[in-house]
Design a protein around this ligand. Structure first.
Ligand code: ZN
Ligand code: ZN
Length: 446
């Protein structure tokens, strides 16, 4: 039975080992976390569809490595392709000629595959990520490959390498006639249509001093190239020999439609846990004084509410960072109980500028947009631990200063050749410069 979870568990951990000991903790290699989700998918995590995937040591190795290659004249009747137990890549040269690269078992590695397909060879099913709360969003046309990429992890040391394209249910990868491919000395290699892009941060992700590195592309063979002129251009980029496809803590993987963050098991030890973050929220909530009318305390939600929901939530003026609690609905004057709040700072006619919809902050009188605050609760996106004193502009997701500043400086691919900084908790493109705001909590509302 598929169990709904909040994303902390992974189905792979439910396997039982050969001795019949189930749920025995196994060595964790790391986590792949989709950018744009705050701890779980909006519809709930289910089986292989979830907001993050934990890679743990397999009970039995399932990695493969390149063995021999040869040219076949009629690929569709080739013995190797018809043999569904044989892992291979078929590089189509012309309608009746292909280079077959066979793979053999590799006892030293575990393989994990990522893609849009729900077929069994895909361990982590990833769909296109839309910015915002994703409540009624539908992706019309996906750009993510059904078998997008594979990751091979050494079983003896935690070293993970990424390769473009994944094996399908027949254990084949087909690179079509039009796909970009080449022969490098003796080996065939190629890239997929939309490519698999990687970005290794410069410096250590944990600590918050890392800078955004250059985006590169990895090939089916795992070599590293500069970006093509546009995402699916025919001409491959320049080989970058001094860089590798080995994932480091904080490496981003872009599948053209969704971006994944790799967190190594070692790196995660230095990150806050979900429990740590929940405790922080509780501490802040406990430390806030009540408002003068005594009916309300500042309660930072762990889940986002939409602006139309009439609940008491903290909100922030994005231009100045002043925070308030209260009712965001202008209709609140009709609500007797809530009428009290109308006299509070921030609620007197809400200081709204009729033309622009912007509101005037009652503390500093600056005019600007207002948004509800919401805790960034996905621990993997944090570069350090500490109080969530900053928020992303325009979505209002709160995190530590270093975390917010790190992500505001990371370029995420979007479209065919553009980049933009986004909030990692909801994928909303950041607004303006710097794209975040320092929160000024009000200890006293009078
Ligand atoms: Zn203000
Ligand atoms: Zn956000």
């Amino acid at each position: 039975m598929v169990k709904r979870t909040d994303g902390r568990e992974s189905p792979i951990l439910a396997e039982s080992d050969a001795d019949g000991h189930s749920d025995k903790p196994r060595a964790k290699y790391g986590e792949l976390v989709i950018l744009g989700y705050n701890g779980f998918l909006p519809q709930g995590d289910r089986g292989r569809r979830r907001s993050k995937f934990v890679l743990s040591k397999r009970l039995e190795h399932n990695g493969v490595k390149r063995s021999k290659h040869y040219i076949v004249q009629s690929p569709e009747t080739s013995h190797a392709i018809l043999d569904t137990s044989q892992h291979l890549i078929s590089y189509t040269l012309s309608r009746n000629q292909a280079v077959i690269v066979e793979f053999q078992e590799d006892e030293s590695t575990d393989m994990f595959q990522v893609g849009r397909s729900s077929e069994s060879p895909i361990d982590f099913v990833v769909m296109d990520t839309l910015p915002g709360d994703k409540k009624d969003s539908k992706v019309m046309q996906s750009t993510i490959s059904r078998f997008a990429c594979r990751i091979l992890v050494d079983r003896s040391e935690p070293r993970a390498r990424i390769f473009a394209a994944g094996f399908d249910s027949s254990r084949n990868i087909f690179l079509g006639e039009k796909a970009t491919k080449w022969q490098d000395n003796v080996e065939m290699d190629g890239v997929t249509t939309n490519g698999v892009l990687i970005m290794h941060p410069k410096g250590k992700f944990c600590g918050g001093n890392a800078k955004c590195g250059l985006w590169r592309e990895t090939s089916l063979g795992g070599d590293v190239f500069s970006l093509r002129e546009s995402r699916s251009a025919q001409q491959k980029g320049q080989p970058i020999k001094e860089e590798s496809n080995v994932l480091q803590d904080g490496t981003l993987i872009d599948l053209c439609g969704a971006t994944l963050l790799w967190r190594s098991a070692e790196g995660l030890l230095n990150s806050p846990t979900k429990r740590d973050l929940e405790k922080l929220v509780d501490e802040i909530n406990a430390g806030r004084p009540q408002c003068p009318v005594g009916l309300n305390t500042l309660v930072i939600p762990r889940k986002a509410a939409t602006l139309s929901e009439q609940v008491d939530q903290p909100y922030v003026y994005l231009n100045c960072g002043h925070t308030f609690i209260g009712i965001r609905s202008l209709d609140c004057k009709e609500d007797k109980k809530r009428q009290n709040y109308v006299s509070l700072p921030g609620h007197h006619d809400w200081g709204q500028d009729k033309a622009s919809g912007a509101r005037r902050c009652p503390m500093c009188l600056e005019l600007g947009p207002v948004v509800t605050l919401c805790m960034g609760i996905e621990p993997a996106f944090y570069v350090d631990s500490g109080p969530p004193t900053y928020a992303f502009n325009p979505c209002g997701h709160m995190a530590t200063e270093k975390t917010v500043k790190y992500w505001a400086n990371v370029d995420i691919p979007h479209g065919t050749n553009g980049f933009q900084a986004v909030c990692p908790f909801c994928a909303t493109p950041l607004n303006g410069v710097p794209g975040y705001v320092r929160l000024i909590f009000q200890d006293n509302l009078d």
